[in-house]
Design a protein around this ligand. Structure first.
Ligand code: AMP
Ligand code: MG
Length: 478
């Protein structure tokens, strides 16, 4: 009933372990993403079918689920990892011939589980579903969430918690850490096989260059810069940008300790384990550059057989990072201000605004929303005397260079009204784990149209109560 492919298994055996998902006594679907099923044209109308298929109950011998081997730099330290609680059920090919991994998370132990139980909690899986779908509707490349199901068992964390699995969909789960694994645990032939496979699957247009692996490096740097620029646009903090959580496809994934910033501050961190602010909001561009350097190192032997040439080529690519970043970042920030042009002479306008937002402790989302719609309930941002000089300068630039209607539209497309604010997410998830899905469903409905500002939805626009963020902490994959 479900024709899946397994192109990944054409790689050498050290890249994966064939493994079946755990069986659960009473699995029960909690959320099913009907829109995504339709987009992927998965011909399943009956949710029970999908769930039982994913849990392996209806396996007809044609499926070969597998866990992927990878390594990664976690907070700067190299570690051998791998899917410790995830299994790729197979690759789904859409009607338009696009290939997607369908992966089950929380599905039991694998060879790579180390000390972990291979399981996941309902709260963490619902959180991933909610935030990843919100990112999708914010027009940001991301893994998608297909379903969350309770497994019928409790999992031991600090306390016993309701267990669950999540099915997620991605163009590919190959990550920087997969290349680091190939470099450290494999031969040059293994690395070449991974590079060739990845290019063929994700970037076939780069296959025929003088150095396809260098082409791959450049491509990944481009898509990752675009991705992190988008995160900065909406105030998203990934929280754990370890190289094993950075996809080669340029999709956001691994929603563990992620969060959305309320009050603007580049040092904002919510993750309980990020004690040094390595993955703080404003440090994300530095960290993606650092991660790209790790990918470059891993690829060296296949960039060029002559080590000094390979190093020179890779270094020249990484050296381009700042120039590309600055241009793309400011281009995006100027779009948030309604200005559509590459205009280095206007970068100061962005810098001055951010300095002002920092000084006045302004809400990130709502400041841009206020500029877009002239006023926003609960925010007197535009009225204050401190803000007026900047506002006057911005307005005079807009009048000179842009049609009013066009710049308003640009701002509406780039400045969301609704992001999954931490206090709303927590409130909705806490209710959902007790069986009440109302708040979660309401929140997801609002987040499906994040750019459609509606004054009456003020509850979803207001920042959290004072003090909330001071105590708010997020946690890695629980
Ligand atoms: P993360 O930081 O969430 O990407 O996880 C880092 C590594 O820990 C990955 O290799 C995961 O597969 C593994 N991991 C996380 N939670 C568990 C768990 N409960 N059981 C086994 N492995 C886990
Ligand atoms: Mg991970």
């Amino acid at each position: 009933m479900f024709n899946l492919e397994y192109s990944y298994l054409s790689l050498p055996g050290k890249f994966y372990q064939l493994v079946k998902p755990a069986s659960f006594s009473k699995p029960e679907t909690v959320l099913l993403n009907g829109a995504l099923l339709e987009e992927l044209a998965i011909p399943l109308t009956h949710q029970k079918d999908l769930l039982s298929f994913l849990l392996g109950d209806e396996s007809d011998g044609k499926t070969s689920p597998f866990a992927q081997a990878y390594a990664g730099h976690q907070f700067g330290n190299f570690t051998n990892l791998g899917d410790g609680r995830a299994i790729v059920m197979g690759e789904w090919i859409t009607a338009s011939n696009q290939r997607f991994d369908i992966q089950l998370k929380g599905s039991g132990r694998t060879r790579y589980s180390r000390g972990g139980d291979g399981k996941a909690t309902l709260k963490a899986m619902l959180r991933e579903y909610l935030v990843s779908e919100s990112m999708h509707h914010l027009n940001i490349p991301t893994s998608r969430s297909l379903l969350v199901a309770k497994t019928g068992e409790l999992v031991q964390r600090e306390t016993k918690q309701v267990g669950a699995v999540l099915a997620r969909v991605m163009k590919s789960h190959i990550r920087i850490g997969t290349f680091e694994y190939a470099r450290h645990a494999g031969t040059t032939e293994d690395l070449q096989a991974l590079s060739d496979y990845t290019l063929h699957r994700l970037y076939p247009e780069m296959k025929d260059g003088a150095s396809p692996a260098l082409g791959l490096l450049k491509k990944v740097m481009t898509v990752q810069i675009d991705l992190v620029v988008n995160w900065m646009r909406v105030g998203f903090i990934h929280g754990v940008m370890n190289t094993d959580n950075v996809s080669i496809s340029g999709e956001t994934f691994d929603y563990g300790p992620c969060a959305f910033m309320n009050t603007y501050h580049p040092e904002t961190v919510y993750s309980s384990i990020d004690k040094t602010g390595r993955y703080a909001f404003g440090n994300q561009p530095n960290m993606i550059k650092w991660n790209m350097a790790r990918l470059a190192e891993a690829l060296l032997p296949v960039i060029d057989p002559e080590p000094s040439t390979a190093l020179q080529l890779a270094q020249a690519c990484i050296d381009q990072f700042e120039v590309i970043w600055v241009e793309k970042y400011y281009e995006m920030m100027l779009l948030k201000l309604g200005i559509e042009k590459k205009a280095p002479e206007l970068y100061w306008l962005v810098d001055e605004l951010l300095a002002l937002m920092l000084q006045l402790k302004l809400d990130y989302t709502n400041t841009f929303l206020a500029l877009t719609h002239d006023k926003v309930t609960g925010e007197g941002i535009l009225a204050g005397p401190e803000f007026k000089p900047w506002l006057d300068k911005w307005k005079s630039i807009l009048n000179k260079s842009n049609g009013d209607e066009q710049s308003k539209n640009r701002m509406k497309e780039n400045n969301p009204a609704f992001v999954p604010r931490n206090h709303l997410v927590e409130e909705a998830l806490d209710a959902a784990v007790t069986g009440n899905l109302n708040l979660l469903e309401q929140l997801m409905m609002v987040l499906r149209k994040p750019y459609h500002y509606q004054e009456n939805l003020v509850h979803f626009i207001l920042p959290p109560p004072p003090g909330f963020d001071n105590d708010y902490a997020t946690y890695c994959g629980t």
